[in-house]
Design a protein around this ligand. Structure first.
Ligand code: UD1
Ligand code: CA
Length: 454
Protein backbone atom coordinates (compact mmCIF):
# COMPACT_ATOMS: atom_id res chain seq x y z
CA UNK A 1 0.00 0.00 0.00
CA UNK A 2 1.42 3.40 -0.93
CA UNK A 3 2.26 5.94 1.74
CA UNK A 4 2.09 9.72 1.62
CA UNK A 5 3.97 11.73 4.22
CA UNK A 6 2.29 14.98 5.24
CA UNK A 7 4.46 17.41 7.17
CA UNK A 8 2.86 20.31 9.01
CA UNK A 9 5.20 23.27 8.88
CA UNK A 10 2.97 26.33 8.72
CA UNK A 11 3.35 27.59 12.29
CA UNK A 12 5.11 30.83 13.07
CA UNK A 13 7.13 29.79 16.08
CA UNK A 14 6.61 33.06 17.95
CA UNK A 15 8.46 31.81 21.02
CA UNK A 16 11.70 31.36 19.08
CA UNK A 17 11.88 35.17 18.79
CA UNK A 18 13.66 34.87 15.48
CA UNK A 19 13.56 36.27 11.95
CA UNK A 20 14.07 32.74 10.72
CA UNK A 21 10.96 30.54 10.36
CA UNK A 22 11.00 27.97 13.14
CA UNK A 23 11.34 24.92 10.89
CA UNK A 24 14.54 26.43 9.43
CA UNK A 25 16.25 26.71 12.82
CA UNK A 26 19.23 24.36 12.73
CA UNK A 27 19.66 21.28 14.86
CA UNK A 28 23.01 19.54 14.39
CA UNK A 29 23.69 21.86 11.46
CA UNK A 30 20.52 20.96 9.57
CA UNK A 31 17.15 22.78 9.58
CA UNK A 32 14.52 21.12 11.79
CA UNK A 33 12.38 20.42 8.74
CA UNK A 34 15.41 18.87 7.01
CA UNK A 35 15.60 16.19 9.69
CA UNK A 36 11.93 15.32 9.15
CA UNK A 37 12.28 15.23 5.35
CA UNK A 38 15.42 13.12 5.66
CA UNK A 39 13.64 10.56 7.86
CA UNK A 40 10.53 10.62 5.64
CA UNK A 41 12.68 9.79 2.60
CA UNK A 42 13.95 6.66 4.29
CA UNK A 43 10.37 5.34 4.46
CA UNK A 44 10.13 5.10 0.66
CA UNK A 45 6.92 7.10 0.66
CA UNK A 46 5.18 7.70 -2.66
CA UNK A 47 5.28 11.44 -2.01
CA UNK A 48 5.98 14.01 0.68
CA UNK A 49 3.62 16.95 1.04
CA UNK A 50 4.81 19.84 3.19
CA UNK A 51 2.28 22.38 4.42
CA UNK A 52 3.81 25.81 4.64
CA UNK A 53 2.51 29.16 5.80
CA UNK A 54 4.73 31.52 7.74
CA UNK A 55 8.01 32.29 5.98
CA UNK A 56 6.76 30.26 3.02
CA UNK A 57 9.23 31.34 0.37
CA UNK A 58 12.22 30.97 2.64
CA UNK A 59 11.13 27.49 3.67
CA UNK A 60 10.57 26.37 0.08
CA UNK A 61 13.88 27.86 -1.05
CA UNK A 62 15.74 25.98 1.64
CA UNK A 63 14.49 22.67 0.23
CA UNK A 64 14.50 23.53 -3.48
CA UNK A 65 16.56 20.52 -4.41
CA UNK A 66 14.30 18.07 -2.59
CA UNK A 67 11.60 16.27 -4.53
CA UNK A 68 8.66 17.27 -2.34
CA UNK A 69 5.24 18.84 -2.86
CA UNK A 70 4.21 22.09 -1.20
CA UNK A 71 0.74 23.08 -0.09
CA UNK A 72 0.02 26.49 1.36
CA UNK A 73 -1.99 27.09 4.50
CA UNK A 74 -2.29 30.88 4.30
CA UNK A 75 -4.12 31.21 7.61
CA UNK A 76 -3.35 28.89 10.51
CA UNK A 77 -6.78 27.77 11.62
CA UNK A 78 -5.66 24.59 13.34
CA UNK A 79 -3.96 21.26 12.72
CA UNK A 80 -7.09 19.82 11.12
CA UNK A 81 -7.36 22.82 8.81
CA UNK A 82 -3.71 22.33 7.83
CA UNK A 83 -4.29 18.76 6.70
CA UNK A 84 -7.50 19.82 4.92
CA UNK A 85 -5.30 21.90 2.62
CA UNK A 86 -3.81 18.70 1.21
CA UNK A 87 -7.14 17.16 0.18
CA UNK A 88 -7.09 18.50 -3.41
CA UNK A 89 -3.76 16.72 -4.04
CA UNK A 90 -4.13 13.77 -1.67
CA UNK A 91 -4.56 10.31 -3.21
CA UNK A 92 -7.85 8.54 -2.53
CA UNK A 93 -6.14 5.29 -1.59
CA UNK A 94 -3.12 4.39 0.51
CA UNK A 95 -2.22 5.79 3.93
CA UNK A 96 -0.88 9.15 5.12
CA UNK A 97 1.69 9.56 7.80
CA UNK A 98 1.28 12.94 9.51
CA UNK A 99 4.46 14.52 10.88
CA UNK A 100 5.57 17.97 12.09
CA UNK A 101 8.35 20.20 10.84
CA UNK A 102 9.17 21.12 14.43
CA UNK A 103 9.34 17.54 15.78
CA UNK A 104 12.68 16.69 14.23
CA UNK A 105 13.95 13.53 15.85
CA UNK A 106 11.31 10.90 15.31
CA UNK A 107 13.13 7.80 14.09
CA UNK A 108 12.59 5.69 11.00
CA UNK A 109 12.07 2.49 13.00
CA UNK A 110 9.34 4.11 15.13
CA UNK A 111 7.49 5.37 12.04
CA UNK A 112 7.78 1.97 10.36
CA UNK A 113 6.23 0.40 13.44
CA UNK A 114 3.39 2.96 13.32
CA UNK A 115 2.81 2.22 9.62
CA UNK A 116 2.64 -1.50 10.38
CA UNK A 117 0.04 -1.25 13.15
CA UNK A 118 -2.01 1.39 11.29
CA UNK A 119 -2.33 -0.60 8.08
CA UNK A 120 -4.33 -3.23 9.94
CA UNK A 121 -6.89 -0.82 11.44
CA UNK A 122 -6.89 2.14 9.03
CA UNK A 123 -5.77 4.56 11.73
CA UNK A 124 -2.99 4.59 14.27
CA UNK A 125 -1.13 7.08 16.38
CA UNK A 126 1.91 7.59 18.59
CA UNK A 127 1.11 8.34 22.20
CA UNK A 128 3.38 8.87 25.18
CA UNK A 129 2.89 8.45 28.90
CA UNK A 130 4.47 11.38 30.73
CA UNK A 131 4.80 12.69 34.27
CA UNK A 132 3.55 16.15 33.40
CA UNK A 133 0.87 16.01 30.68
CA UNK A 134 -0.13 19.67 31.10
CA UNK A 135 -0.86 21.41 27.79
CA UNK A 136 -1.09 18.28 25.67
CA UNK A 137 -4.11 16.54 24.19
CA UNK A 138 -5.12 13.61 26.44
CA UNK A 139 -5.86 10.11 25.23
CA UNK A 140 -9.25 9.01 26.49
CA UNK A 141 -9.54 5.21 26.67
CA UNK A 142 -12.37 2.88 27.60
CA UNK A 143 -11.56 -0.73 28.36
CA UNK A 144 -8.11 0.02 27.03
CA UNK A 145 -9.39 1.23 23.66
CA UNK A 146 -8.83 4.79 22.47
CA UNK A 147 -12.12 6.71 22.32
CA UNK A 148 -11.06 10.30 21.72
CA UNK A 149 -8.39 12.95 22.15
CA UNK A 150 -9.35 15.86 24.35
CA UNK A 151 -7.25 19.03 24.18
CA UNK A 152 -5.99 20.33 27.52
CA UNK A 153 -8.08 23.49 27.21
CA UNK A 154 -11.23 21.47 26.53
CA UNK A 155 -10.57 18.77 29.13
CA UNK A 156 -12.48 18.18 32.36
CA UNK A 157 -10.56 17.97 35.64
CA UNK A 158 -10.82 14.19 35.52
CA UNK A 159 -9.48 14.09 31.95
CA UNK A 160 -6.58 16.35 32.92
CA UNK A 161 -5.41 13.57 35.27
CA UNK A 162 -4.73 11.34 32.24
CA UNK A 163 -1.00 10.97 31.70
CA UNK A 164 -1.12 9.43 28.24
CA UNK A 165 -0.76 12.26 25.74
CA UNK A 166 -1.18 12.77 22.02
CA UNK A 167 2.16 13.28 20.27
CA UNK A 168 0.33 14.51 17.16
CA UNK A 169 1.83 11.84 14.90
CA UNK A 170 -0.73 9.67 13.13
CA UNK A 171 -1.06 7.31 10.23
CA UNK A 172 -4.49 7.40 8.60
CA UNK A 173 -6.15 5.89 5.56
CA UNK A 174 -6.46 8.52 2.81
CA UNK A 175 -10.00 7.44 2.00
CA UNK A 176 -10.94 8.21 5.60
CA UNK A 177 -9.15 11.57 5.59
CA UNK A 178 -11.24 12.54 2.54
CA UNK A 179 -14.33 11.51 4.47
CA UNK A 180 -13.55 12.98 7.89
CA UNK A 181 -11.61 16.20 7.34
CA UNK A 182 -14.44 18.12 5.63
CA UNK A 183 -16.58 17.33 8.69
CA UNK A 184 -14.31 19.00 11.27
CA UNK A 185 -15.75 21.93 13.19
CA UNK A 186 -14.05 24.66 15.19
CA UNK A 187 -16.56 24.56 17.98
CA UNK A 188 -14.05 24.27 20.85
CA UNK A 189 -12.14 26.28 23.43
CA UNK A 190 -9.60 27.55 20.89
CA UNK A 191 -11.91 28.01 17.91
CA UNK A 192 -9.58 25.84 15.83
CA UNK A 193 -10.12 22.93 13.47
CA UNK A 194 -8.58 20.14 15.51
CA UNK A 195 -7.04 17.24 13.64
CA UNK A 196 -7.47 15.28 16.86
CA UNK A 197 -11.25 15.16 16.28
CA UNK A 198 -10.78 12.53 13.57
CA UNK A 199 -10.11 10.03 16.35
CA UNK A 200 -13.65 10.27 17.71
CA UNK A 201 -14.95 10.08 14.11
CA UNK A 202 -12.98 6.88 13.57
CA UNK A 203 -14.44 5.40 16.74
CA UNK A 204 -17.95 6.39 15.61
CA UNK A 205 -17.24 4.55 12.35
CA UNK A 206 -16.42 1.45 14.39
CA UNK A 207 -12.66 1.56 13.77
CA UNK A 208 -10.18 0.60 16.42
CA UNK A 209 -7.33 3.12 16.88
CA UNK A 210 -3.96 1.41 16.92
CA UNK A 211 -1.27 3.04 19.03
CA UNK A 212 2.41 2.71 19.84
CA UNK A 213 4.80 4.55 22.12
CA UNK A 214 8.28 5.60 20.99
CA UNK A 215 11.34 3.94 22.48
CA UNK A 216 12.91 7.34 23.24
CA UNK A 217 10.81 10.24 24.52
CA UNK A 218 12.74 12.89 22.58
CA UNK A 219 11.56 11.36 19.30
CA UNK A 220 8.19 13.03 19.73
CA UNK A 221 9.32 16.24 21.40
CA UNK A 222 8.67 19.45 19.54
CA UNK A 223 10.65 22.67 19.44
CA UNK A 224 8.83 25.79 20.56
CA UNK A 225 11.67 27.84 21.98
CA UNK A 226 15.46 27.89 22.04
CA UNK A 227 15.59 26.08 25.35
CA UNK A 228 13.81 23.05 23.88
CA UNK A 229 15.97 23.34 20.78
CA UNK A 230 19.14 23.17 22.89
CA UNK A 231 17.81 20.20 24.86
CA UNK A 232 16.98 18.27 21.68
CA UNK A 233 20.38 19.13 20.21
CA UNK A 234 22.03 17.47 23.23
CA UNK A 235 19.75 14.42 23.03
CA UNK A 236 20.56 14.03 19.36
CA UNK A 237 24.30 14.46 19.86
CA UNK A 238 24.42 11.83 22.60
CA UNK A 239 22.45 9.51 20.32
CA UNK A 240 24.99 10.00 17.54
CA UNK A 241 27.90 9.42 19.90
CA UNK A 242 26.29 6.18 21.13
CA UNK A 243 25.94 5.00 17.55
CA UNK A 244 29.61 5.78 16.84
CA UNK A 245 30.67 3.93 20.00
CA UNK A 246 28.76 0.90 18.71
CA UNK A 247 30.88 1.21 15.58
CA UNK A 248 34.09 1.12 17.59
CA UNK A 249 34.89 4.74 18.45
CA UNK A 250 36.27 5.65 21.89
CA UNK A 251 35.20 9.03 23.23
CA UNK A 252 36.88 10.70 26.21
CA UNK A 253 33.39 12.04 26.88
CA UNK A 254 30.49 11.26 24.54
CA UNK A 255 28.63 14.26 25.98
CA UNK A 256 31.27 16.61 24.67
CA UNK A 257 31.12 15.70 21.00
CA UNK A 258 29.22 17.33 18.16
CA UNK A 259 28.49 15.83 14.78
CA UNK A 260 26.77 18.17 12.35
CA UNK A 261 26.58 15.94 9.33
CA UNK A 262 27.77 12.42 8.70
CA UNK A 263 30.84 10.56 9.85
CA UNK A 264 32.21 7.24 8.60
CA UNK A 265 34.66 5.57 10.91
CA UNK A 266 37.10 2.68 10.91
CA UNK A 267 38.00 0.75 14.03
CA UNK A 268 39.67 2.05 17.17
CA UNK A 269 39.19 5.71 16.41
CA UNK A 270 39.76 7.85 19.52
CA UNK A 271 38.11 11.23 19.93
CA UNK A 272 39.01 13.58 22.75
CA UNK A 273 36.65 16.19 24.16
CA UNK A 274 35.01 19.08 22.30
CA UNK A 275 35.64 17.84 18.80
CA UNK A 276 33.21 19.15 16.15
CA UNK A 277 32.65 17.25 12.92
CA UNK A 278 30.76 18.95 10.10
CA UNK A 279 29.56 17.95 6.63
CA UNK A 280 30.71 14.57 5.36
CA UNK A 281 33.82 13.24 7.03
CA UNK A 282 35.68 9.96 7.21
CA UNK A 283 38.19 8.74 9.79
CA UNK A 284 40.24 5.61 9.09
CA UNK A 285 41.33 2.94 11.57
CA UNK A 286 43.23 4.14 14.64
CA UNK A 287 42.84 7.84 13.85
CA UNK A 288 43.16 9.96 16.98
CA UNK A 289 41.66 13.42 17.29
CA UNK A 290 42.90 15.67 20.07
CA UNK A 291 40.70 18.02 22.07
CA UNK A 292 38.95 20.87 20.31
CA UNK A 293 39.57 19.83 16.70
CA UNK A 294 37.07 21.05 14.09
CA UNK A 295 36.82 18.85 11.03
CA UNK A 296 34.66 19.65 8.02
CA UNK A 297 34.24 17.70 4.78
CA UNK A 298 37.54 15.93 5.32
CA UNK A 299 38.87 12.41 4.95
CA UNK A 300 41.63 11.32 7.31
CA UNK A 301 43.33 8.00 6.55
CA UNK A 302 44.29 5.30 9.03
CA UNK A 303 46.84 5.83 11.76
CA UNK A 304 46.88 9.61 11.64
CA UNK A 305 47.27 11.45 14.94
CA UNK A 306 45.83 14.92 15.22
CA UNK A 307 46.90 17.04 18.17
CA UNK A 308 44.51 19.48 19.86
CA UNK A 309 42.86 22.50 18.27
CA UNK A 310 43.56 21.67 14.66
CA UNK A 311 41.08 22.80 12.02
CA UNK A 312 40.33 21.00 8.76
CA UNK A 313 38.13 22.19 5.93
CA UNK A 314 37.81 20.22 2.72
CA UNK A 315 41.13 18.45 3.19
CA UNK A 316 42.41 15.01 2.30
CA UNK A 317 44.86 13.50 4.77
CA UNK A 318 46.97 10.39 4.15
CA UNK A 319 47.90 7.53 6.45
CA UNK A 320 50.06 7.89 9.53
CA UNK A 321 50.40 11.64 9.29
CA UNK A 322 50.97 13.83 12.33
CA UNK A 323 49.08 17.07 12.53
CA UNK A 324 48.90 19.93 15.00
CA UNK A 325 48.49 21.20 17.60
CA UNK A 326 46.93 24.35 16.12
CA UNK A 327 47.29 23.33 12.49
CA UNK A 328 44.93 24.65 9.84
CA UNK A 329 44.18 22.68 6.69
CA UNK A 330 42.07 24.71 4.29
CA UNK A 331 40.24 23.69 1.11
CA UNK A 332 42.38 21.71 -1.29
CA UNK A 333 44.99 20.65 1.26
CA UNK A 334 46.16 17.16 0.23
CA UNK A 335 48.61 15.39 2.46
CA UNK A 336 50.26 12.11 1.43
CA UNK A 337 51.16 9.47 4.01
CA UNK A 338 53.54 10.21 6.89
CA UNK A 339 53.47 13.96 6.43
CA UNK A 340 54.02 16.13 9.52
CA UNK A 341 52.17 19.43 9.82
CA UNK A 342 52.96 21.19 13.07
CA UNK A 343 51.77 24.13 15.11
CA UNK A 344 50.55 27.28 13.39
CA UNK A 345 51.03 25.81 9.95
CA UNK A 346 48.38 26.71 7.36
CA UNK A 347 48.01 24.66 4.19
CA UNK A 348 45.68 25.78 1.40
CA UNK A 349 45.19 24.27 -2.06
CA UNK A 350 48.50 22.47 -1.78
CA UNK A 351 49.71 18.92 -2.03
CA UNK A 352 52.40 17.66 0.31
CA UNK A 353 54.29 14.48 -0.68
CA UNK A 354 55.15 11.37 1.28
CA UNK A 355 56.97 12.06 4.53
CA UNK A 356 57.48 15.79 4.00
CA UNK A 357 57.43 18.02 7.06
CA UNK A 358 56.37 21.56 7.86
CA UNK A 359 56.51 21.61 11.61
CA UNK A 360 56.31 25.24 12.69
CA UNK A 361 54.72 28.58 11.70
CA UNK A 362 54.38 28.18 7.96
CA UNK A 363 52.03 29.13 5.14
CA UNK A 364 51.83 26.78 2.19
CA UNK A 365 49.34 28.12 -0.35
CA UNK A 366 49.00 26.95 -3.98
CA UNK A 367 52.09 24.80 -3.51
CA UNK A 368 53.20 21.37 -4.63
CA UNK A 369 55.72 19.79 -2.32
CA UNK A 370 57.38 16.49 -3.25
CA UNK A 371 58.40 13.65 -0.95
CA UNK A 372 60.85 13.84 1.92
CA UNK A 373 61.23 17.61 1.91
CA UNK A 374 61.67 19.73 5.00
CA UNK A 375 60.01 23.11 5.20
CA UNK A 376 61.69 25.15 7.92
CA UNK A 377 59.99 27.21 10.57
CA UNK A 378 58.40 30.41 9.32
CA UNK A 379 58.51 29.55 5.61
CA UNK A 380 55.97 31.48 3.58
CA UNK A 381 54.88 30.79 0.03
CA UNK A 382 54.12 34.27 -1.29
CA UNK A 383 51.35 33.08 -3.58
CA UNK A 384 49.47 36.32 -4.07
CA UNK A 385 50.77 39.36 -5.91
CA UNK A 386 47.79 41.48 -4.97
CA UNK A 387 45.86 40.44 -8.06
CA UNK A 388 46.56 36.82 -8.93
CA UNK A 389 47.56 33.61 -7.22
CA UNK A 390 50.72 31.78 -8.32
CA UNK A 391 52.21 28.37 -7.68
CA UNK A 392 55.24 27.33 -5.71
CA UNK A 393 56.71 23.99 -6.70
CA UNK A 394 59.12 22.27 -4.36
CA UNK A 395 60.64 18.93 -5.41
CA UNK A 396 61.67 15.88 -3.41
CA UNK A 397 64.22 15.99 -0.59
CA UNK A 398 64.43 19.78 -0.67
CA UNK A 399 65.42 21.73 2.44
CA UNK A 400 63.87 25.15 2.95
CA UNK A 401 65.71 27.12 5.64
CA UNK A 402 63.75 28.88 8.32
CA UNK A 403 62.06 32.19 7.69
CA UNK A 404 62.32 31.98 3.93
CA UNK A 405 59.90 33.67 1.58
CA UNK A 406 59.29 31.80 -1.67
CA UNK A 407 57.88 34.35 -4.10
CA UNK A 408 55.61 32.53 -6.56
CA UNK A 409 55.67 31.55 -9.31
CA UNK A 410 58.86 29.77 -8.36
CA UNK A 411 60.33 26.25 -8.54
CA UNK A 412 62.72 24.69 -6.06
CA UNK A 413 64.06 21.51 -7.68
CA UNK A 414 64.82 18.14 -6.05
CA UNK A 415 67.52 18.18 -3.42
CA UNK A 416 67.85 21.98 -3.42
CA UNK A 417 68.70 23.83 -0.20
CA UNK A 418 67.48 27.32 0.67
CA UNK A 419 69.49 29.25 3.26
CA UNK A 420 67.58 30.62 6.23
CA UNK A 421 66.04 34.06 5.91
CA UNK A 422 66.10 34.13 2.09
CA UNK A 423 63.63 35.79 -0.22
CA UNK A 424 63.65 33.48 -3.24
CA UNK A 425 62.36 35.02 -6.46
CA UNK A 426 64.06 32.82 -9.08
CA UNK A 427 63.90 29.07 -9.70
CA UNK A 428 66.54 27.00 -7.90
CA UNK A 429 68.12 24.02 -9.73
CA UNK A 430 68.57 20.49 -8.39
CA UNK A 431 70.99 19.97 -5.52
CA UNK A 432 71.81 23.67 -5.46
CA UNK A 433 72.19 25.87 -2.38
CA UNK A 434 70.50 29.24 -2.80
CA UNK A 435 70.42 32.00 -0.25
CA UNK A 436 69.66 35.67 -0.28
CA UNK A 437 70.94 37.77 2.59
CA UNK A 438 73.07 40.86 3.11
CA UNK A 439 76.50 40.38 4.63
CA UNK A 440 76.44 40.51 8.40
CA UNK A 441 77.85 43.81 9.75
CA UNK A 442 79.49 44.00 13.17
CA UNK A 443 80.51 46.71 15.67
CA UNK A 444 82.79 45.43 18.41
CA UNK A 445 82.31 46.60 22.03
CA UNK A 446 78.99 48.11 21.14
CA UNK A 447 77.31 50.28 23.78
CA UNK A 448 73.52 50.03 23.87
CA UNK A 449 71.62 53.31 24.32
CA UNK A 450 71.08 54.20 28.00
CA UNK A 451 67.95 55.57 29.56
CA UNK A 452 68.17 59.34 29.94
CA UNK A 453 67.75 60.53 33.56
CA UNK A 454 65.02 63.15 34.12
C1 UD1 B 1 -1.28 19.49 19.10
C2 UD1 B 1 -2.40 18.48 19.34
C3 UD1 B 1 -2.28 17.94 20.75
C4 UD1 B 1 -0.94 17.32 20.97
C5 UD1 B 1 0.17 18.31 20.62
C6 UD1 B 1 1.51 17.62 20.64
C7 UD1 B 1 -4.26 19.32 17.99
C8 UD1 B 1 -5.56 20.00 18.01
N1 UD1 B 1 -3.66 19.17 19.16
O1 UD1 B 1 -1.51 20.56 19.98
O2 UD1 B 1 -3.30 16.98 20.97
O3 UD1 B 1 -0.81 16.88 22.29
O4 UD1 B 1 -0.03 18.85 19.29
O5 UD1 B 1 2.52 18.56 20.52
O6 UD1 B 1 -3.81 18.91 16.94
N2 UD1 B 1 0.25 23.82 12.65
C9 UD1 B 1 0.03 24.18 11.35
N3 UD1 B 1 -1.10 24.87 11.04
C10 UD1 B 1 -2.03 25.19 11.95
C11 UD1 B 1 -1.82 24.80 13.30
C12 UD1 B 1 -0.67 24.11 13.60
O7 UD1 B 1 0.85 23.93 10.48
O8 UD1 B 1 -3.05 25.81 11.58
C13 UD1 B 1 1.47 23.09 13.00
C14 UD1 B 1 2.31 23.89 13.97
O9 UD1 B 1 3.27 24.66 13.25
C15 UD1 B 1 2.98 22.81 14.76
C16 UD1 B 1 1.96 21.68 14.79
O10 UD1 B 1 1.10 21.93 13.69
O11 UD1 B 1 4.13 22.31 14.12
C17 UD1 B 1 1.20 21.57 16.09
O12 UD1 B 1 0.48 22.74 16.28
P1 UD1 B 1 0.24 23.37 17.70
O13 UD1 B 1 -0.64 24.54 17.55
O14 UD1 B 1 1.54 23.54 18.38
O15 UD1 B 1 -0.57 22.18 18.39
P2 UD1 B 1 -0.80 22.02 19.92
O16 UD1 B 1 -1.81 23.00 20.39
O17 UD1 B 1 0.46 21.92 20.65
CA1 CA C 1 66.81 38.88 3.62
Amino acid sequence: MSTTVIILAAGKGTRMRSQLPKVLQPLAGQPLLGHVIHTAKKLHAKNIITIFGHGGNLVQQAFQSENIEWVEQAEQLGTGHAVQMTLPVLAKDGMSLILYGDVPLVRQQTLEQLLDVSRETGIGMITLTVDNPSGYGRIVREHGKIQAIVEHKDASDAQRQIQEINTGIYCVSNAKLHEWLPRLSNNNAQGEYYLTDIVAMAVADGLEIASIQPELAFEVEGVNDRIQLAALERDFQVQQALELMRQGVTFSDPKRFDLRGSLKVGQDVRIDINVIIEGNCELGDNVELGAGCIIKNTKIAAGTKVQPYSIFDDALVGENTQIGPFARLRPGAKLAAEVHIGNFVEVKNSSIGLGSKANHFTYLGDAEVGAGSNIGAGTITCNYDGANKHKTIIGDAAFIGSNSSLVAPVKIANGATIGAGSVITRDVAENTLAFERSVQTEKANYQRPQKTKK
